[in-house]
Ligand binder design. Structure first.
Ligand code: ZN
Length: 471
């Protein structure tokens, strides 16, 4: 019992593919009463970045607290299979289990072995009928239904004798990927789509000739982007409607689990941390889901601390942070010595004092999704600017996020930004050197066929690299 005083119960709620800007606390249009309730009773971080905007690498990074180039989980698999992470690497689950926590995980794993130390519920599916034929469910939602049932069972019956670290790892709004497959190419919006959200200001994209090759030919490496060829503006608006719909499904699932904790009288005793593994393009620059790019929509994610020990704040806490900070921060809150060598920092001051420790920058990385094209890239975000560098033809991007939050104009070639560019390059080189990042020695792998059509995603024809089966 006394142990619980020092060591709070902790519930991590993870969504898959939720961009920060979809949530109302960040100005978005998501209908998420349960997530909004967590925010009202907590603090949201304004500018949190994922270490790698892809499921498995991001997850392996935040569960180990190590950047992707260090833990070597660089892809989702297939043509670039990932071995399980080195047994010597620390993991959040093992650190908390060794400190006396009961460590349970429910839902999506896709972790490269980084969930070591958690007792993981099986990944299974419970099929349910569609609630709205315009937004069909697939395996992603079915998996969440199964996960939520297991988590509810657990919280209904578990003893709270020892402190708990529990993960509710939901896949939605990722069901949006399957929605594209059902709506690929030229099509009419389905009946029942309802009122369509407006497209964002950065939907129209006239700067494509000024972007690095991996961005110009995003459609050639990304199956989902290639499936949007032929879409109208209203089709893209329906994409947003579907995205918000699958987010609302996740929100309802979160509410079901919180209700069980409330019924057990444990909700107020629990520190809840809400975040997602990476974002979604949400039609910005005419793009969907995530792949290759390192723009705000895909790298910037919600991070909310709520409940036990949190002093609620109305506005998101300004400053930079990373999902890599979760591991050392939870150690700090629970009074556990963090393993040596973690890449994130303790941001627990944001929870009670509403301030983030100053830092010069945060980073994110890209390597490959499935290994059929390999486009190593690095992002460095400072207080005001974002710098992105791809190895392929030394493609660089620079954005002034104060003047151009939608990243609509690449400034890397503009002479009046030469000093800013030089400073960003220097910071990235320093970071690469200090963190023993092999970035500048990595090899690009792109067949010329994936760099050949007229620029513009709408000009893409045929399959994308992961689907290519030969002539
Ligand atoms: Zn293409």
């Amino acid at each position: 019992m006394e142990m619980n005083i020092d060591r709070p119960d902790i519930l991590l709620i993870v969504l898959d593919q939720l961009a920060w800007k979809a949530l109302s606390c960040y100005g978005g249009e998501g209908k998420t009463p349960n997530i909004d309730g967590l925010v009202e009773n907590g603090v949201a971080m304004d500018a949190c970045y994922c270490p790698f905007p892809l499921c498995q690498p991001s997850r392996a990074a935040f569960w180990t607290g190590m950047e992707s180039h260090r833990n070597r989980v660089w892809s989702n698999g297939r043509s670039w299979p990932i071995e399980r992470i080195d047994e010597s690497f620390p993991t959040l689950g093992e650190t908390f289990r060794n400190a006396g926590y009961e460590t349970m995980h429910f839902g999506k794993m896709h972790d490269g072995g980084a969930l070591r130390g958690f007792t993981c519920s099986e990944e299974k599916e419970t099929a349910i009928p569609d609630w709205n034929p315009a937004f069909p469910f697939n395996m992603d939602t079915y998996a969440d239904v199964y996960t939520v049932d297991r988590a509810k069972e657990y919280f209904s019956s578990c003893s709270f004798d020892s402190p708990h670290l529990t993960v509710l790892d939901l896949i939605n709004p990722h069901n949006i990927c399957g929605w594209i497959g059902k709506n690929k190419g030229v099509h009419e919006n389905a009946e029942g789509t309802g009122e369509l959200p407006e497209l964002p200001a950065n939907f129209d994209f006239d700067d494509i000739a000024n972007r690095p090759l991996p961005v110009q030919y995003l459609c050639c490496s990304h199956v989902r982007q290639s499936q949007t060829v032929g879409w109208t503006r209203d089709n893209f608006r329906a994409y947003l409607a579907a995205y918000y719909y699958y987010l609302s499904v996740a929100d309802r699932h979160i509410g079901e689990v919180l209700d069980v904790l409330r019924d057990r009288g444990k909700l107020d005793d629990t520190l809840i941390v809400f975040f997602s593994d990476h974002g979604d393009n949400m039609t910005s620059r005419g793009s969907v889901t995530k792949q290759v790019t390192l723009y705000e929509e895909v790298t910037r994610v919600p991070l909310v601390f709520s409940g036990k020990g949190v002093v609620p704040r109305k506005e998101p806490v300004k400053g930079l942070c990373s999902l890599l900070d979760i591991f050392p921060t939870l150690c700090s809150i629970a009074g556990i010595d963090a393993p040596a060598g973690l890449d994130g920092i303790d941001i627990s001051a944001a929870i009670d004092k509403g301030v983030l420790p100053p830092r010069r920058y945060v980073t994110s990385e890209w390597f490959t999704e499935w290994g059929y094209t390999i486009s190593p890239g690095r992002m460095l975000r400072t207080d005001r600017y974002k710098y992105i560098c791809y190895l392929e033809m030394n493609g660089e991007e620079l954005y002034d996020l104060e003047l151009d939050p939608g990243e609509t104009r690449n400034l890397a070639g503009e002479s009046e930004y030469a000093d800013v560019l030089a400073e960003c390059r220097k910071l990235l080189r320093e970071h690469v050197f200090e963190s023993s990042d092999p970035f500048f020695t990595l090899q690009v792998k792109v067949d010329p066929r994936w760099r050949c059509h007229d620029k513009g995603y709408a000009n893409h024809r045929g399959c994308a690299a992961p689907e290519y089966k030969g002539e």
